[in-house]
Ligand binder design. Structure first.
Ligand SMILES: Nc1ncnc2c1ncn2[C@@H]1O[C@H](COP(=O)(O)OP(=O)(O)OP(=O)(O)O)[C@@H](O)[C@H]1O
Ligand SMILES: [Mg+2]
Length: 603
């Protein structure tokens, strides 16, 4: 009933996270020169922006003096037109520098990110099944998108901004001292302190309002659940229970919102009193100094503007630092993934061909438990073997370990003990990609990709021609229904193939396997979701496909496996009976015989 709620993201960095995040630097290295040029323009644009307050003060002083518009060259700072002209030039330069800076930083960042994305993806796709059974796919996607977006923001803006703020603070304070060191001391003792407090105060309030949002969505979940499941509510006469639940939830929204309101009010008072108070303090002291003749009115004006710059930069730095911290967290997440050990695959266009591969399989005393559930032994000392071209059927109750056995065959997982051999050679001796290339599976649950039917079949063999694809579809008894669609092979199958029926999906998966033309074919309940007519069609397709290759067939319906060379009865992770249909039918009270009579009784 309760929808999973998202965990609130908290930035808590592990020890050494900052140092570890330096692993991003090798990615920057190839672009070091460009990055340096970007830095140069960053410094230039920051410096030019610092000219403005000084010049603005000059404007005030010049307009105060009687001979303001009188002659002199362009660079005469006592001429109001010159000062204004210089200001325009400075702004133009600043605009240009800023543009170049943004362009260069973005260029470097995008290159770094593209490489990082590719590396992460290449790494992820090679990680073993074991890794995927422990991770949520959504989480992995967020690594690829949100963590990298955080990094992008950091590299394009945060780092540069931080440098810019530091320049403004350092240059700004030097200039302030130049105007009046007394006033600077007064300013430094008040403004930055207040600004930094204000920034943290503001973040705290933001967090509170997020809590309110969370509470609101909680109550929305209640409403949504009960309305969609209204028949449940009514059937169990739980209206009262639900109204109480909703009332409690909405009451807690009010409480949290009020708490936020009090803090927001406090924040407003703080800003009014402390921030404006500190500004008034500086102005008041400044005017006193002017009275004493220590500072000109224009200089005081410049001083105040610089103070605003410096104060804002202090606030900005605090905020940027928090964002930087978040980026360090993201970098750490990413590199944690990069540290997972991948499968030893060869990823290239032409995986080596095992031309001599025949497809004999041997399981010797295989014992296995899933890495996530070490206390449940799924396979217990399983041994069997098959000659090339033979069909082995595996039957047994649900949860017996049939699909697990197949996963081991595909080398998704490493057995805990025992040995798997192909053509008499230990499976570990084979190169993983080439070995898997010899096998094809029609899985229990067929999941197609979102593209067209053609693309989905072609997944069995990259670079297959249209004729090959059509032939494969024909062998899989899929041609008829595919050509029945208005778009034929170009029919879009929808996400995970939902626009096709279960039987159609299975036949596409079979066509894929046909196209791959493997030495070992694995069928895990390949006809499970079919009515008897489609089952006949698919079974027919499978019989054709199984000819001349080693086949491992998992089936619930025993009628489909009568002709198998060998039938294994798996129960509780162990092989209980082994033999041909006729042999197993001779065992009195045998599991297979029992199952068989149950199923024939049903028909
Ligand atoms: N990824 C996994 N992690 C942990 N345990 C698993 C995993 N997959 C399966 N299991 C467990 O292993 C046991 C065997 O599962 P398996 O899927 O091999 O059964 P099966 O014989 O194929 O059953 P069915 O006929 O229902 O398909 C089950 O108890 C199951 O809960
Ligand atoms: Mg299964």
């Amino acid at each position: 009933m309760f929808a999973p709620r998202q965990k609130k993201e908290k930035i808590k960095l592990k020890k050494g996270a900052w140092r570890r995040s330096f692993r991003i630097f090798p990615y920057l290295k190839p672009h070091a020169f460009k990055f340096g040029v970007g830095l140069l323009f960053l410094i230039l644009s920051s410096l030019t922006s610092m000219v403005f307050p000084g010049m603005a003060g000059k404007l005030v002083d010049v307009s105060n003096s009687p001979e303001s518009n009188s002659g002199g060259g362009f660079l005469n700072l006592d001429n109001i037109n010159s000062v204004a002209g210089i200001l325009f030039v400075v702004f133009a330069l600043n605009a240009l520098f800023s543009f170049i800076k943004i362009y260069i930083f973005s260029d470097v960042t995008e290159r770094v990110l593209a490489k990082l994305r590719q590396d992460t993806y290449n790494h992820l796709i090679r990680l073993p099944m074991n890794f995927y059974s422990q991770q949520r796919v959504g989480e992995l996607n967020s690594r690829l998108s949100s963590d990298i977006t955080t990094l992008q923001e950091t590299l394009t803006t945060v780092l540069g901004e931080l440098i810019r703020q530091v320049i403004i603070i350092v240059v700004g304070i030097s200039l302030l001292v130049f105007y009046s060191w007394k006033l600077t001391l007064i300013m430094l003792a008040s403004v930055p302190v207040v600004v930094v407090i204000a920034v943290f105060f503001g973040r705290f309030i933001k967090k509170l309002s997020k809590t309110t949002q969370d509470k609101i969505s909680e109550s929305n979940v209640i409403a949504e659940e009960t309305f969609t499941g209204i028949s449940n509510v009514k059937a169990f006469a739980n209206e009262f229970f639900e109204t109480t639940r909703y009332k409690n939830s909405t009451d807690s929204i009010r409480k949290v919102a009020m708490k936020g309101a009090i803090w927001r009010g406090g924040f407003a008072s703080f800003i009014i009193f402390a921030l404006f108070g500190s500004i008034v303090l500086v102005i008041w002291q400044g005017v006193l100094l002017k009275e004493a003749g220590e500072i000109e009115i224009g200089e005081l004006f410049s001083f105040l503007l610089y103070s605003v710059f410096v104060g804002a930069s202090f606030g900005g730095t605090a905020d940027l630092f928090a964002r930087l911290q978040k980026a360090v967290g993201s970098t750490e997440h990413l590199f944690d993934l990069m540290d997972e050990t991948p499968e030893p695959l060869t990823i290239d266009d032409s995986p080596s061909v095992l031309s001599e591969f025949k497809g004999a399989i041997e399981f010797n005393n295989i014992t296995f438990h899933y890495p996530t559930r070490t206390n449940v032994t799924v396979l217990k000392s399983v041994s069997f073997s098959t000659n090339p071209g033979e069909t082995v059927a595996i039957v047994g109750p649900s949860g017996a370990g049939k699909s697990t056995l197949v996963s081991l065959l595909l080398r998704y997982y490493e057995p805990v003990s025992g040995e798997i051999k192909f053509d008499g050679i230990n499976a570990n001796q084979y190169e993983l990609s080439s070995l898997r290339n010899q096998m094809a599976i029609v899985p229990q649950e067929v999941i197609l990709f979102g593209g067209t039917i053609k693309e989905n079949i072609a997944y069995g063999k990259t670079g297959a021609t249209d004729e090959e694809i059509k032939a494969a579809a024909e062998k899989a008894n899929a041609l008829q229904f595919i050509e029945g669609f208005p778009d034929g092979f170009n029919t879009v199958v929808g996400e995970r193939g939902i626009q096709l029926s279960g039987g159609q999906r299975q036949r596409i998966a079979i066509a894929r396997a046909v196209l791959k033309d493997p030495k070992i074919l694995i069928l895990d309940e390949a006809t499970s979701s079919l009515d008897s007519e489609s089952e006949r069609l698919v079974q027919d397709a499978l019989d054709k496909l199984m000819a001349n290759r080693t086949s491992i067939v998992i089936a619930h319906r025993l009628s489909t496996i009568r002709k198998a060379n060998k039938i294994l009865v798996l129960a509780d992770g162990a092989i209980k009976e082994e033999g041909t249909h006729e042999e197993l039918m001779l065992i009195d009270e045998g599991l297979y015989k029992n199952l068989n009579s149950l199923q024939t009784d049903l028909q």
